[in-house]
Design a binder for this molecule. Structure first.
Ligand SMILES: Nc1nc2c(ncn2[C@@H]2O[C@H](COP(=O)(O)OP(=O)(O)OP(=O)(O)O)[C@@H](O)[C@H]2O)c(=O)[nH]1
Length: 332
């Protein structure tokens, strides 16, 4: 993948935790594997907020992608790795596909399009609790253009819909295009999550595992941490502010002379000074809450105590500025 989003700024430190090797390439190797073992890549595609990240986390069995009730939470192609005795499924989590309105939107869309041609199978997610709309049709048309990659249609969030509504949705999704399978599931209560895995794995080539057993993601730790901070900052903010928030971990290192304590210095960027005020809150109260919530999650991820230094800065209109986008890790 050219200009991989989420790359660390030069000189940034990275503790080896959930990090694995250097296999950034997306092509699965069709090497000989005993007993019909399969290995390869899948990606989920769908409108924003349809539950792609939640489904990936459910399949992987741990939180490797942040989720929120705000559309367009996902900005990076995070990989989650599902290990099974018969297969290894590497899931690429793409941002929701939509008609782009900003330069960031365009970059995210081109990221999605390049991903579609590089994976072995695509999971097209449509929620059970909302009628099929223009957004789903737009994606279905895009998928029809990716002829060589099989598509499994996944009707998500079945726990939010009555059985008849789910049945009707399966039919409606069937009318959207040619799919290898159409499967209903719920990541919230686990309904048929395993089956979704089976149906995706069926399309992977036979081959040895691509990643060592036990690795759950190959995202650098700083990226996971910055995403956890962004998730905490998204809590309770409205309107355009969620899209204006970006987080960069500037530095991260174990504290000298103190076992089990990691110092993390991070910047939370917004686009305007009015937004800075909202993020910081009265006498810093909101920023303290964001910091405390993020710290709890980071400590759970790292398994150590964390000192988190969180600064807020304005990067004017960064979503539309190529230079700032590069600085934040969103490359052409
Ligand atoms: N009830 C229910 N809620 C779900 C389910 N899956 C996801 N959600 C919720 O739906 C919202 C969106 O989920 P995400 O996984 O962030 O959706 P996404 O498609 O990755 O969103 P983008 O990052 O915007 O593309 C969150 O509030 C989730 O908790 C499900 O199976 N059932």
């Amino acid at each position: 993948m050219p200009g991989r989003p989420g790359a660390l700024p030069p000189g940034a430190t990275c503790l080896p935790l959930l990090r694995v090797g250097d296999n950034w390439g997306m092509t699965s190797v069709g090497n000989e594997a005993p007993g019909g073992h399969r290995a390869g890549f899948a990606c989920f595609i769908g409108r924003p907020n349809v539950g792609k990240s939640t489904l990936m986390n459910a399949l992987v069995g741990t939180k490797v992608a942040i989720t929120s009730s705000r559309p367009q939470t996902t900005r990076r192609a995070i990989r989650g790795i599902v290990h099974r005795p018969d297969a290894q499924l590497v899931i690429v989590d793409t941002p929701g596909l939509h008609k782009p309105r900003t330069l960031l939107g365009e970059r995210l869309d081109s990221l999605v399009r390049s991903t579609l041609t590089e994976v072995d199978v695509i999971g097209f997610c449509v929620p059970a609790d909302q009628p099929v709309g223009p957004g789903d049709k737009y994606i279905a048309r895009e998928l029809a253009g990716v002829k060589k990659t099989p598509v499994v249609a996944i009707v998500t969030k079945t726990d939010l819909a009555a059985p008849e509504q789910v049945a009707e949705q399966l039919l409606a999704v069937g009318r959207l295009g040619e799919f290898a399978d159409i499967v209903p599931c719920s990541a919230a209560d686990g309904f048929q999550v395993g089956l979704v895995g089976d149906l995706l794995i069926r399309h992977l080539p036979e081959g040895m595992p691509l990643y060592p057993e036990g690795d759950l993601t190959d995202e650098p730790e700083q990226v996971l941490i910055s995403e956890l901070i962004r998730e905490a900052a998204l809590e309770g903010v409205r309107d355009e502010l969620p899209h204006s928030i970006a987080v960069v971990v500037d530095e991260m290192a174990p504290r000298e002379g103190r076992d089990g304590l990691v110092d993390i210095y991070a910047h939370l960027y917004v686009e305007r000074s009015s937004q800075k005020g909202i993020i910081i809150g009265h006498k810093g109260s909101r920023l303290r809450e964001v910091g405390a919530a993020a710290r709890r999650q980071i400590e759970a991820l790292l398994g150590t105590k964390v000192y988190l230094d969180l600064r807020v800065s304005v990067l004017k209109d960064w979503q539309r500025d190529p230079k700032q986008l590069r600085r934040l890790g969103f490359y052409d």
